[in-house]
Design a protein around this ligand. Structure first.
Ligand SMILES: NC(=O)C1=CN([C@@H]2O[C@H](COP(=O)(O)OP(=O)(O)OC[C@H]3O[C@@H](n4cnc5c(N)ncnc54)[C@H](O)[C@@H]3O)[C@@H](O)[C@H]2O)C=CC1
Ligand SMILES: O=C([O-])CC(=O)C(=O)O
Length: 271
């Protein structure tokens, strides 16, 4: 159920997350109107937008801040170029690459001054409603264990820097065991989920992360374990990789769409 509130939306990136999200908005979501997208390659972007009913403007990353809601679905490297203008302009900023927010929490303080909001979507994860509720009281521990197919982890900076080869594994290998801050730096395209979990719960230092390269899984699998005073829970999600990007679960674009709907709906479900 949506309200008569209408907000404009602009999206950075037309990849596995951004393109289906843009398509869904173009098909019509009450209260939301897509006005712009930013892409690296305008020719390619025009081809992707050719069948849209209302073709959005091609914008620079900074120009996206003309919209009420600015969605970042590009990369950790592009995060700041999208985030800063949007937050300076007092917009609602929705980052998919939320791992890039962890070392930039000054942006949250800037948002306080400008009236902007930073809305981190649940993305490829689950259970952040329960984690947030638990975090209103004492929490003993929060962990996330991620298992990805080998192709989804290839090229991660942590693996390259540590000379860890995963391409030919015949058994699962624990490739990382640390906290969410370190995980976001070492696997910027793989564990934004750990960053979102950290922001929902006990922060990036206390949130423990284990990453497995697993030749036996065909999905991106995330299991969170929370031990809090009010509740103990474990939840697992098995995400179908996107056709366009095996690192990214197909659910992520849908999560962003649900998040945007929540920004304009009169009936909102979940905390
Ligand atoms: N929060 C979550 O649960 C999840 C977050 N992600 C993150 O979301 C982001 C987007 O993911 P995908 O759509 O799968 O990536 P993708 O690689 O499929 O698409 C990204 C798009 O952004 C464009 N792009 C990159 N840098 C740009 C720049 N400087 N200017 C303009 N366009 C630029 C690329 O050309 C590409 O079209 C990534 O950082 C990814 O790690 C991915 C999965 C889950
Ligand atoms: O899609 C997934 O399974 C998770 C992911 O890539 C991320 O959190 O960056």
């Amino acid at each position: 159920m949506s309200s008569t509130v209408s907000k404009t939306v602009a999206i950075a990136g037309l990849g596995a997350i951004g393109l289906p999200l843009a398509r869904a908005l173009d098909a019509g979501v009450e209260g939301l109107r897509l006005i712009g997208v930013a892409c690296r390659d305008p020719v390619n972007a025009r081809a992707r937008l050719a069948d849209f009913q209302a073709e959005p403007r091609l914008m620079s990353l900074a120009e996206l801040a003309e919209a009420d809601i600015v969605v970042e679905a590009a990369s950790a490297a592009a995060f700041e170029q999208v985030a800063l203008p949007a937050i300076e302009a007092g917009r609602i900023f929705v980052p998919a690459s939320c791992g890039a927010l962890l070392p930039r929490m000054h942006l949250a303080r800037l948002a306080q001054q400008t009236g902007a909001r930073i809305v981190v979507p649940t993305g490829a994860l689950l259970g952040l409603d329960a984690v947030r509720a638990a975090a209103e009281g004492p929490i003993d521990s929060v962990t996330i264990e991620t298992r990805k197919p080998l192709a989804a982890l290839a090229g991660a900076p942590y693996l390259v820097q540590n000379g860890i080869e995963v391409a030919d594994l015949s058994e699962p290998l624990l490739v990382f065991n640390g906290n969410a801050m370190e995980a976001a730096a070492g696997f910027p395209a793989n564990v934004n989920v750990a960053a979102a979990l950290a922001l929902a719960g006990v922060g990036p230092v206390r949130t423990k992360v284990r990453i497995w390269a697993d030749p036996f899984v065909t999905r991106n699998v995330h299991t969170i374990n929370v031990d809090a005073e009010a509740a103990r829970f474990s939840m697992t999600i098995e995400n179908v990789p996107s056709a366009g990007n095996p690192r990214t679960g197909r659910l992520t674009g849908l999560s962003l769409l649900a998040c945007l709907r929540g920004l304009v709906s009169t009936l909102k479900v979940g905390s």
